[in-house]
Design a protein around this ligand. Structure first.
Ligand code: DAH
Length: 339
């Protein structure tokens, strides 16, 4: 037994020499000191020893056990120390290193301009609303005083889903939905996508964006319309911009107008941007037609309102000198990264 114990001590020394990680160290511990380990195995034979031999072998066995335990503890401490050192070395922060710049996405040019427009109108007490892109004939046409046989339907090449359902051709249906759901005073803008079955070219796209505006209250006049839109343009293009209103026709407003601004590029002299005109058309507007108010349950004898609708793409194109509307929808990063 003495030999066996000596052997165990020697072989444990050999095995422990090559241990490099905690898992194999634990395996060795189990192999030597565990319940079914080598040492326990030997000690099972103690019963057969004589009374004199028993304490001597017992002492020896305890020595071997302590020896192995101490060795394991030593190696375990060393492994832990090495692990901490490895971590420290690995996680050293060199404060002189340049930081990593995270590339974050940018805003789409249409979003940049729309955010500006929203800010300006929020500053004037407007709320932002939205309406569905899939509309019914009623909201897109009928309630806006554009009955079935009205010629205005021909100018808006409509994508029909079925006889009664369509992709909205304008954001004006948001006026109806707003008046149905809100009581005056109403002051909202409703931006969003609109759809017309146009063949795409540099200035046409079957999908584009409009921003609708609507104000309804007691005593709202054409002067409020002109004042509000003039302030909007001055905030958008600068104090020296001029605006002018030309009579026009929309079925849902009476009277109706189109608004031009003096060309921001040439200040009215005439240039490539304004095609020599000195003026650029930017929106349609008018006093909400009494019929439209009535359809929405608002008494035109008590309330009046004005509305406007502007095409976003044209504003963005001029702002950033983009000469092809299709660039906005192609998601070419070389284009988008420029904003
Ligand atoms: N919906 C019109 C269009 O798409 C634009 C418009 C004109 C909207 C006059 C209005 C408005 O609210 O009052 O051409």
């Amino acid at each position: 037994m003495r030999n066996k114990l000596e052997e165990i001590k020697e072989s444990s020394k050999q095995v422990l020499k090559d241990i490099r990680d905690k898992a194999s160290l634990e395996a060795v511990r189990v192999e030597y000191l565990g319940k079914k380990g080598k040492l326990t195995d030997v000690l099972r034979g103690m019963g057969q020893l004589s009374a004199e031999e028993r304490p001597i072998i017992g002492q020896l066995a305890n020595d071997v056990r302590s020896f192995i335990e101490e060795e394991i503890a030593k190696i375990s401490a060393e492994l832990e120390k090495a692990e901490i050192e490895r971590k420290l070395a690995e996680e050293t922060i060199d404060v002189t290193m340049p930081g990593k710049t995270n590339k974050i996405g940018g805003k789409h040019p249409i979003t940049i301009v729309l955010d500006e427009i929203k800010d300006i109108f929020i500053g004037m007490g407007f709320q932002i609303t939205e309406g569905p892109e899939i509309e019914t004939d009623y909201y897109n046409f009928e309630a806006l005083n554009i009955p079935k046989d009205h010629p205005a339907r021909d100018t808006q090449d409509t994508f029909y889903i079925d006889d009664n359902t369509l992709l909205r051709t304008q954001t004006s249906p948001c006026q109806i939905r707003t008046m149905e759901n809100m009581k005056p005073p109403i002051r909202i803008i409703a931006p969003g996508r609109v759809f017309r079955s146009d063949s795409p070219d540099a200035t046409h796209s079957p999908l584009f964006h409009q921003v609708e505006g609507l104000v309804v209250d007691k005593g709202v006049t054409m002067a409020d319309l002109k004042g509000t839109l003039e302030i909007f343009c001055k905030k958008m293009y600068g104090e020296d911009i001029q605006v002018r209103f030309r009579p026009h026709h929309f079925p849902f407003t009476e009277p109706s107008a189109e608004m031009d601004i003096s060309c921001p590029s040439c200040h009215g002299k005439g240039c490539r941007v304004c095609k020599g005109e000195g003026w650029i058309e930017i929106l349609g507007a008018g006093m909400v037609h009494p019929k439209v108010l009535k359809i929405c349950g608002i008494d035109p004898e008590v309330y009046s309102g004005f509305a406007f609708g502007l095409g976003l793409e044209r504003i963005v194109m001029r702002r950033f000198d983009v000469d092809d509307i299709r660039l906005f929808y192609e998601n070419d990063l070389r284009f988008l990264k420029q904003f």
